[in-house]
Design a protein around this ligand. Structure first.
Ligand code: SF4
Ligand code: SF4
Length: 194
């Protein structure tokens, strides 16, 4: 399969919020140079934008750059062309997952994000034990046991140090109301992208 899909840039411009603003990027590198998480990204935002233009769909959607952004907004306030960098990165990940593009949904970051969201949506809190278990399950049952056993000493240490509780998950009050809000938000999103 070709590493280049020349229709990808058009897909991004059309489906990603702010995607059309990517055309304003002049590749100055201010965003990547200002990013505190740059070292934890396989490509910085500047390079991701160049890769989108070049049609490197597979490499872009598998990149951890889309998921590792911590929304500090440095890139947004410093971009001389007012490209909404942070919004584009997040929206690109969301749009790719929503479209079910396999390159995006099979990454470790996407699996972790899914587990994180599952816990937040169900309990109104992110319970580290449930998020971790759900994330490990995404790799299959055998991997779940292997990963759990490998990390058991860490879990025991956290419990002994009173950094992780045992018992029922923490949850917010009125999770029923939370579910209603989320259902409404999902309905609005679905309408927006219909
Ligand atoms: S700071 Fe703006 S113009 Fe410069 S590379 Fe980043 S997105 Fe492009
Ligand atoms: S908002 Fe995200 S991409 Fe932009 S500088 Fe901060 S961490 Fe980096």
């Amino acid at each position: 399969m070709s590493a280049y899909d020349l229709s990808f840039a058009r897909w991004v411009y059309k489906n990603v919020d702010g995607g059309d603003r990517m055309a304003l990027c002049m590749q100055c590198g201010t965003c990547s140079g200002s990013c505190p998480i740059g070292k934890q990204m396989d490509h910085g935002p500047r390079k991701i934008f160049m890769m989108v233009r070049a049609g490197m769909k597979d490499a872009v959607l598998k990149s951890n750059t889309l998921w590792n952004c911590v929304s500090c907004y440095n890139c947004v306030v410093r971009c001389p062309r007012k490209v909404p960098v942070k919004y584009i990165l997040h929206s690109l990940a969301t749009a790719a997952v929503r479209a079910g593009l396999p390159e995006a949904t099979s990454t470790d970051n996407a699996r972790f994000a899914k587990a994180f969201w599952w816990s937040a949506a169900k309990w109104g809190r992110t319970d580290e034990r449930l998020v971790t278990a759900k994330y490990y399950f995404a790799f299959g049952l055998v991997a779940f046991f292997k990963k759990s056993m490998a990390n058991l000493p860490i879990a025991i240490g956290l419990v002994k140090g009173k950094r992780m509780h045992v018992g029922m998950p923490h949850k917010c009050k009125n999770t029923g109301e939370l579910q209603k809000i989320l259902a409404k938000a999902a309905e609005i999103e679905a309408r927006k992208h219909a």
